[in-house]
Design a protein around this ligand. Sequence first.
Ligand code: FAD
Length: 328
Amino acid sequence: MRPRHTNKVLCMSVQQSSKSKVSVTPLDLESAKEPPLNTYKQKEPYTATILSVERLVGPKAPGETCHIVIDHGGNVPYWEGQSFGVIPPGENPKKPGAPHNVRLYSIASTRYGDNFDGRTGSLCVRRAVYYDPVTGKEDPSKNGVCSNFLCNAKPGDKIQLTGPSGKIMLLPEEDPNATHIMIATGTGVAPFRGYLRRMFMEDVPNYRFGGLAWLFLGVANSDSLLYDEEFTSYLKQYPDNFRYDKALSREQKNKSGGKMYVQDKIEEYSDEIFKLLDSGAHIYFCGLKGMMPGIQDTLKRVAEQRGESWEQKLSQLKKNKQWHVEVY
Ligand code: FAD
């Protein structure tokens, strides 16, 4: 049975953030110079426990996306922007007798987890469903193995974790007044939820964010928005430090009358975005691989209109470590 649509996780978070920041007891991770990396590997994964699985999207969303809270007992510490690996139960069809390959998922919580105690990590998972191109009918035998395992999981189920992995999407914290421009499509919002909770929801003694966080989120329609209540609450509380722009491809039109994608929103604010990048802003992209070509074309076009070379600008952004991409 698929989980019911409920906002329990979100409402709890919104309530907490609307009162004041939640104070956390700093973890040792705060003083570490480097993030933890691959503490658990495919051959020796960590057996964690599912705490909850909540459907995040409304009834009119195409497809299903779930928020999954995993109890690792504090044994798989991570930094915001890293990923967990999950080994789904069962046998690898390509290697009889061997376990499935690891699937990576961006962690959608801060290092303190949704319960603020450093014992959990959350994932934002879209159920991969296969539709036969000829009949148009769902073929459950070809549905994604790991995403369906995660979205169907029940509290108390065991889960094999590897990681944490990844350094590309770590949140640079040297300058607490920096600008962070986050571009997400769908589940690509996961690492940004972690950043934003660290910036606006948690009271972390060694990280007081005073810069600008600007989130662009692209999804199909309003029912597909992810963590919208949480983000909207930051807008109300931190209007000088947070901006939030949504591109709803099936509900909104771009200026040429076509579907509204994140690149159309980027174009709308291109002057500001380019100025912020010139002043050292970080820009992050996360989501499906297919998002990048359209975005790169837009950025190139905007650069040319401004009389700049996009190739030069991009290589400068990469050199300055301002450019962060994690697409899958
Ligand atoms: P698989 O079983 O691996 O199948 C893959 C696809 O093939 C599915 O769409 C399936 O329907 C299709 N398929 C299966 N059999 C057939 C067949 N016979 N013919 C044709 N098609 C078939 N995903 C998220 O949801 N959230 C995240 O935050 C996230 N973060 C990621 C971060 C990184 C760094 C990376 C690399 C990936 C991330 N992913 C994320 C993607 C995730 O790792 C998985 O790839 C995804 O969940 C699909 O895995 P699965 O096991 O469900 O599908």
